[in-house]
Each structure stands twice: as C-alpha cells, then as structure tokens.
Design a protein around this ligand. Structure first.
Ligand code: 13P
Ligand code: SF4
Length: 327
C-alpha cells in the first residue's frame, strides 16, 4: 500500500517537475499524500478552479475546471463533502447547487474584486432605475446579488444567456469589460456596471501587440474580463476552460493565455510541446489557497459555507437557469 502511494506521488511529480522545483516538491509531497488519504476516508471531493497552483491542480484536485463546469460538477457529486479550491463565490455557488452537502473553502478570505464591486442593494437600485429590464449577473457575485438576479452567466456562456431571454435590453453586471465583450457579440442592448477584475484589467493592448511583434507565429487567447483593446489584439476570447481546450486541440507552437498566469503552468504540464509566453499577473485571492489550508479545512471540517435559507432559495434559481442553458 505504501509503495503504491509512493508510486502515485512519483507519477505526480514526474508530471509537474517542469513547473515545480524539487526543493518545493519536498514540502508539497507529504501534504498531497495526507490530503488524498483524508479525501478517501471522508468521502470528499476536491473541485479546483483552473487558476489553482500546479500542486493543487495536478496533485489533489478530482476535477479542475472553469466556473461553469465547477457549478455543474458540484450539482452532480455523490461525495459527502465538497472542498472548493477557488474563491468564495465559487464555493457559494457549489453550496447553492448542492445544498445538502457540506461545502468547505480552505480560506474564507479568498474573495474577488468583481464580487465585491456590487451588493444586493445596488441591484435593487438598478431594478428601480430600469423597471422590467431583466438582470443577468456574472457568476462572480455574492449569493445576495444572485438572489436579486433573473439568470446568472459565466464567461463561457454570457452571450448565449443574454440572447436566451428574448428581450431587447438587459442589465448585465458587475463586469464592465465582460459586458463590453457581450455587447460586441449581440444586438441586445447591455446596461453595465463598473466592476472590473484586478488581474485582467492590468493587461494592455500595447503589451499584447508587442508580444505578437516579438513572436509573429504566436496564438493569443484572451479572457473576456480583459479590456476591449486586449481582446481586439488577440486571436480570440474565451473562458479559462475554452483556453485549455484550444491549446489541447490545436497544439500551437507558441501561445499566450492572457489571463491569470498560474493557469499557463497547469496547461503547460499537459502540453509539453507548446511553448508558453507568460506575462505574470497573479490573482491574490486564488493564491490564498494552499495545500496546508486544504488539509486543515478538510481535517477539521472548518470554513463551511452557510447561506441563509431565503437568499439561497432565490439565488439557486438564477444559477439553475444558467446551468440549464449550458455552454
Ligand atoms: P472562468 O469562468 O473563465 O473560469 O473565469 C473565472 C474567473 O474568475 C476568471 O477570472
Ligand atoms: Fe476575481 Fe479576477 Fe481573481 Fe477571477 S482573477 S477570482 S475575476 S479577482
């Protein structure tokens, strides 16, 4: 049994050795082993966002995905405990999708600049200002905001969700840049909010153009949370899992993923023949999640997500309407 575990650990390290130095691995390996054992003992599942670090993404996650797939997977699991390695709104969404399960987040303070840019009170104010106009909220919002929302969306399905409503105007919140991206791809009039992602707003079109000049054969894929000049300077835009799939399917010689840069490490591991250019913008919230915190929260079953009954009942509907539409 012990040698079997060692083998598994060796296999994991073989996979990620190009992005994790041996000296770091010595710290990670015992924790990975303990977490994977605890997961079995407690019938727990670890759902991780694509931005989690390689030792989490490749070492302990059962499923690594974008926010849409994480919401769907959370609704399907038969595990007793879900540990959501990502930010708070993702863990809340998992709880909404599977209210009977215990949902834990390794660090309660893993927030999101978009989610904190708007409150339920702000949405009520918008609804008063634009009576009868449906509210589409990015899943990067609190349960309180989702409760005031007609339907949620993610970057993987924002245009499809907006067009599913069959109206000529929607309130789309809170990401101003995602709203801008949707507006470019639909005739529906978009009323937006002024939220931004502190990671993606830092990229500039100039930076992307310069990288292309230096690497004429490169493919550039941007996340729709980027400013419009970045998206125009890219080959296309898509959610984090769309980016992962593009690299896997197309095996470009060189690629730039214009998004949180930890993801490039994760994708590189699975695509050794692709060269990644990595301007490094890190999400300080995603980076709060560590193996030690995962172990502690699973061992103690601490940091449980709780949502009040009334808010949850309303918020759940807006997320379920989104997952019914799919990608
Ligand atoms: P995805 O839904 O594309 O995974 O994006 C979530 C996110 O927070 C990006 O910053
Ligand atoms: Fe929020 Fe931006 Fe971090 Fe994604 S990368 S979790 S949108 S702050």
């Amino acid at each position: 049994m012990e040698s079997l575990q060692k083998n598994t650990l060796n296999e994991i390290y073989k996979k990620i050795s190009s992005v994790i130095p041996e000296i770091e691995w010595k710290v990670h390996a015992p924790l990975i082993e303990k977490i994977n054992k605890l997961k079995k003992d407690k019938n727990a599942v670890i759902l991780a966002h694509n931005y989690q670090t390689p030792e989490i993404y490749h070492g302990v996650a059962d499923i690594s995905a974008d926010s849409l797939a994480l919401a769907v997977e959370a609704s399907k699991t038969s595990a007793d405990i879900i540990v959501l390695c990502g930010v708070h709104f993702m863990a809340e969404t998992a709880k909404l999708m599977n209210p009977k399960k215990k949902v834990l987040i390794p660090d309660m303070s893993a927030g999101c600049s978009l989610a904190s840019s708007i409150t339920g009170e702000d949405v009520r104010m918008l609804k008063e200002k634009y009576p009868g106009v449906p509210v589409v909220s990015y899943v990067n919002t609190s349960a309180e905001v989702k409760a005031e929302t007609d339907i949620c969306c993610t970057s993987a399905n924002a245009v499809k969700v907006v067009e599913s409503l069959g109206v000529n105007k929607v309130i789309f919140l809170p990401d101003h840049y995602l709203a801008n991206y949707v507006q470019k791809n639909t005739k529906v009039k978009i009323i937006s909010w002024q939220g931004t992602c502190i990671v993606h707003e830092k990229f500039t079109g100039k930076e992307v153009e310069n990288i292309r000049k230096e690497n004429p054969d490169i493919k550039i894929i941007a996340h729709p949370e980027c400013p419009p000049d970045v998206i125009s300077a890219s080959d296309f835009a898509g959610s984090t899992s769309t980016m992962v799939k593009y690299v896997k399917d197309n095996q470009p010689k060189k690629v730039l993923l214009v998004t949180e840069c930890t993801m490039s490490d994760n994708v590189q591991v699975e695509n050794p023949n692709v060269q990644f250019i990595k301007p490094c913008n890190l999400c300080p919230y995603m980076n709060k999640i560590t193996l030690q915190k995962i172990y502690d929260c699973l061992k103690n079953e601490s940091n449980e997500i709780k949502i009040s009954h009334n808010i949850a009942a309303m918020a759940r509907k807006s997320v379920q309407r989104m997952t019914a539409i799919g990608r």
